[in-house]
Write a protein that binds this ligand. Structure first.
Ligand code: ATP
Length: 357
């Protein structure tokens, strides 16, 4: 096991006009599960490939366990990688697939067998050791790929969207299995995904990337509750965080933000924004339906979602999504009182999109 440190990693592919990664710095603690999250093209895979040694950075440094590995050959970095495609050898039985790397390393047959059986037990592959991959399901094949990676006792485990080829139910089950497995192994892990649910579920910390830039890094709860900018608030959560634009005014000496005839209080620290615009960010599930206080919205659409109901409401011409109890019933056009708990409101600068205070 080892700590992984990325320092100012910059990479521009030949002929590209923008940087694939832009001075990314990240410390992954020994035994930590770090998720790289972001939309397609944000540079996640490029970062992972630089750590693996499959891509060289233009500038910056990669340190594993105190050793600078930036320009070291991949096979000398002592890391294992699991790819999105199952990447198993079709002409080798499951046991031979799992033990392949160990045999290449010259581990004696006995040692290989013991390690293969250990991994097969962890990943529930015992009954399939003598099968060829063509006779396995997608989920089982991906388990083989994970087993092959963990037998190597690598310092760092790298995973690039390992669940993305699985169907929804399999993905859900395998996600939980993977979480349990990695917790048991305690291996430092860097995990790439564009799926925010996966990131929140698996990560000790989540690093959100956008256009090659690391926007925010923190525990899943913190990144979800206090998005550093509007992009993060919009990317995490389904439906995403609501954002409303208003103007700061004063009512009986207290600062409020007005959305066009309706207003809510803002923290005193933001009174310096008097007369200026502010953006309010609030999660759909943080809004309470009830009497009095808050904002008045007009119900436009009610979508029953099984465990809850999603309401689309109009507040002074701006849309707010509200997550309501599954039992909520109302016809479109109905006026609703939306209470916005002060501790759930986040404030953003409309120019920079950055979280204020
Ligand atoms: P995805 O989720 O779609 O895999 P990603 O976040 O992993 O995306 P990267 O694959 O790292 O993103 O790509 C980052 C940027 O670099 C993108 O703009 C992409 O088009 C570009 N890029 C990636 N690989 C190459 C390459 N081999 N040559 C040129 N440009 C590349």
């Amino acid at each position: 096991m080892a700590e992984l440190i990325l320092r100012d990693l910059a990479k521009t592919y030949p002929g590209a006009s923008t940087r694939a990664t832009d001075d990314v710095s990240l410390d992954v603690a020994d035994g930590e599960f770090m998720v790289l999250l972001g939309p397609s093209g944000c540079g996640k895979t490029t970062l992972l490939r630089m750590v693996a040694g499959l891509e060289l950075p233009d500038a910056g440094q990669i340190v594993i366990g105190g050793k600078d590995v930036t320009y070291l050959e991949p096979r000398r970095r002592n890391l294992s990688m699991v790819f999105q495609s199952y990447a198993v050898f079709p002409n080798k039985k499951v046991a031979d697939n799992i033990g392949f790397g160990l045999r290449m390393r010259g581990v004696p047959a006995d040692g290989v067998r013991r390690k293969v059986e250990w991994a097969a037990d962890l990943l529930q592959l015992r009954p399939y050791l003598d099968r060829y991959p063509s006779r396995l399901s997608g989920g089982q094949r991906q388990r083989v790929a994970v087993a092959r990676a963990i037998v190597m006792d690598a310092d760092i485990l790298l995973m690039d969207e390992p669940l993305s080829n699985l169907d929804a139910l399999l993905r859900l089950n395998f996600r939980a299995e993977l979480k349990k497995l990695v917790a048991e192994l305690g291996t430092t892990t860097l995990y790439v995904t564009h799926d925010q649910v996966e990131a929140l579920s698996l990560g000790d910390r989540v690093a959100v990337l956008r256009d090659g830039v690391l926007v925010q890094c923190g525990p899943p709860g913190a990144v979800y509750d206090e998005p550093a900018d509007e992009f993060v608030g919009g990317f995490l959560g389904s439906p995403p965080m609501n954002f409303l634009t208003g103007t700061v005014c004063t009512d009986e000496g207290r600062p409020r933000v007005d959305f066009g005839g309706q207003s809510v209080p803002v923290p005193a620290a933001l009174s310096s924004y008097h007369g200026k615009r502010l953006r309010l960010g609030i999660r759909p599930e943080a809004i309470q339906l009830g009497d009095g206080g808050g904002l008045r919205g007009e119900l436009q659409v009610l979508e029953p979602l099984g465990a809850s109901a999603l309401l689309t409401t109009d507040v002074c011409g701006q849309t707010i999504k509200v997550q309501a109890p599954a039992t909520f019933r109302a016809e479109p056009g109905r006026r609703l009182a939306l209470r916005l708990p002060v501790d759930q409101c986040r404030w953003y600068d409309p120019e920079t999109s950055l979280l204020l205070e």
